[in-house]
Structure formats: structure tokens, C-alpha cells
Design a protein around this ligand. Structure first.
Ligand SMILES: O=C(O)c1cc(=O)[nH]c(=O)n1[C@@H]1O[C@H](COP(=O)(O)O)[C@@H](O)[C@H]1O
Length: 272
């Protein structure tokens, strides 16, 4: 899906919500554990209940890798289910990969070709040759970590180097690698006040903004500083939606949580 098509979906659904599928066997309703594939059963129920209110899903790969082969199978089934049942939905593999070029090429093949995701999150630390193999997939998006939502973001990302914070250098340098508009950036919702500066460097690029909900980020603040006339935002929430309830109607309650965010988003879109 191109950035333009994603923007069209956002205006059509009046939502720039991404639901995070951080599916943890210790947190899903216990009655699902007797199912053949509890992770997929949970994801399917969440997707069926929330898809009307969001434009994207972001499985965090760690949650699938942690349970081995079963996790990888559930991940593949989840992406296939999304693409077959809801082809208008955008998919993000939250993998935070990046290695020497030769190895990054294999990561890119895994997430884009084998699993068929529309995008993957990538760590910029190893530089251009570690990111280029992802960017070579010009019909996919590479989502580079810029300024993350966690406390540790202040350890390196905001350090001054040449009178400028490191995360700004990451954005400025990497945007020159992008010939085909297929680069997005991660900026944590907990760092919303930085978005005004970030928009001066990249006025158009899509930003994936996690951290609304469980991490305390504010949707209003994110929109205040980060929204553009083409929206340019995908705001992720995981735990606050998918674990809103552990009762038998967990999916319905997740749907209501997603709808509440969608309503707020529709109000923000009306202001544009
Ligand atoms: O790349 C990410 O998605 C990401 C970057 C970041 O800076 N902060 C962050 O929380 N994330 C991911 O976004 C999700 C946030 O989950 P919740 O805090 O439960 O909404 C998790 O899967 C995180 O790994």
C-alpha cells in the first residue's frame, strides 16, 4: 500500500489508529488457551471487533518469537487473515531490525516477501548500508526509529552531537537515502513536544507514533504538534485496547476502546 493509499484510507475511515497486536499468552483470556492456536484465535477476535475503527495493525514480533515455532505460525496466519479479509488494512511488522547489508537483506525478505507485511520497523544505528536493503523494496515502507517513547531515549537519542540532537541527525541524514517516499519514522507519543521540530525537518513523511494509552502519551498533544494537512500520522495503542478486558466479551470491549480513539481522531481530522 502506498502512502497515498494509506492517506485515502485514513480520510475514508476517519481514523489513523493502529492497533498493536502484542499478544501475550499470559494476558489473553484463559479460556482461549485450550484452542488449537490461542494466539491466532485472540488476534482474529480482536481484528474482527476493531477493524472498523483503525487503518493498521502492528504485531510486535517479540511476542511471537517468544513462543517459538507456534508464534511464527500464528503471526503468518494473522497477516494472511488481515490481507485476505480486510485488504484495505495496512500491516506493520514491529521487528526493529537492522544489521550489515547482507543480513538486513534477509530480514527484509522475511518480513516483506515471506510474511508479506506492508512495512517493518528498523533501527538506524548501523547506518545506511543496514537500512538500504529494506528501502530497496520500493512498494513497501521502512519505518526508522527516530525518537522512541521509552525513558532510555534520553540516553543516546537526545544527546547533542555537532550542536544537534542525535535523533535529528538520524532523520536529516536518512531522509537523503529515500528516493521513493517509502520511509516513515517512529516518534513516541510521550515525546509529543518534539514533534514540532521534527515536522520542520520532515513536513510530509508518515510518523508511527506509539505510546498512547499504557505509556501515558496524549493523542491531543500528538495531533497538536505532529498532524499535517495529509495527516501523516499512524497512532498506535496496544495494551489499552487488546487487554481492556479478560472476560468472554474481551473483543467487544477492545472494539469500544478502539472506537473511542477513532472518535477523537475524527474530531482532529475535522480541524484540518
Ligand atoms: O516501534 C514501536 O512500535 C515502538 C517504538 C517506541 O518508541 N515505543 C513503543 O512502545 N513501540 C512499540 O509500540 C507498542 C506500544 O505498546 P503499548 O504501550 O501497549 O501501547 C509496543 O509494541 C512497543 O514495542
Amino acid at each position: 500500500m502506498t502512502s497515498k493509499e494509506l492517506t485515502q484510507q485514513i480520510f475514508k475511515k476517519k481514523s489513523f489508529l493502529c492497533v498493536g497486536l502484542d499478544t501475550d499468552l499470559d494476558r489473553i483470556p484463559t479460556y482461549l488457551l485450550s484452542e488449537e492456536d490461542p494466539v491466532f484465535s485472540f488476534n482474529k477476535a480482536i481484528i474482527d471487533a476493531t477493524h472498523k475503527y483503525c487503518v493498521a495493525y502492528k504485531p510486535n514480533i517479540a511476542f511471537y518469537e517468544a513462543i517459538g515455532v507456534d508464534g511464527w505460525k500464528a503471526l503468518k496466519k494473522t497477516v494472511d487473515y488481515l490481507h485476505s479479509e480486510y485488504p484495505e488494512i495496512y500491516t506493520i511488522a514491529d521487528a526493529k531490525r537492522g544489521d550489515i547489508g547482507n543480513t538486513s537483506r534477509m530480514y527484509a525478505k522475511a518480513f516483506f516477501e515471506d510474511l508479506g507485511f506492508d512495512s517493518v520497523t528498523v533501527a538506524p544505528y548501523m547506518g545506511k548500508d543496514s537500512v538500504e536493503p529494506f528501502l530497496e523494496f520500493t512498494n513497501k515502507h521502512t519505518i526508522l526509529l527516530a525518537l522512541t517513547s521509552n525513558e532510555g531515549a534520553y540516553d543516546f537519542q537526545t544527546l547533542q552531537t555537532d550542536n544537534e540532537e542525535l535523533y535529528k541527525q538520524v532523520i536529516k541524514t536518512s531522509k537523503g537515502w529515500n528516493n521513493s517516499e517509502n520511509l516513515m519514522y517512529v516518534v513516541g507519543a510521550t515525546k509529543a513536544e518534539y514533534l514540532a521540530d521534527i515536522r520542520k525537518i520532515i513536513p510530509e513523511n508518515f510518523l508511527l507514533v506509539p505510546g498512547v494509552g499504557a505509556q501515558g502519551g496524549s493523542l491531543e498533544e500528538v495531533c497538536k504538534y505532529g498532524i499535517t494537512k495529509n495527516v501523516g500520522l499512524l497512532v498506535n495503542s496496544s495494551r489499552k485496547i487488546i487487554y481492556a478486558s479478560d472476560s468472554s466479551n474481551f473483543a467487544e470491549i477492545a472494539g469500544a476502546k478502539a472506537e473511542a480513539l477513532q472518535i477523537q481522531m475524527a474530531q482532529e481530522l475535522e480541524k484540518l
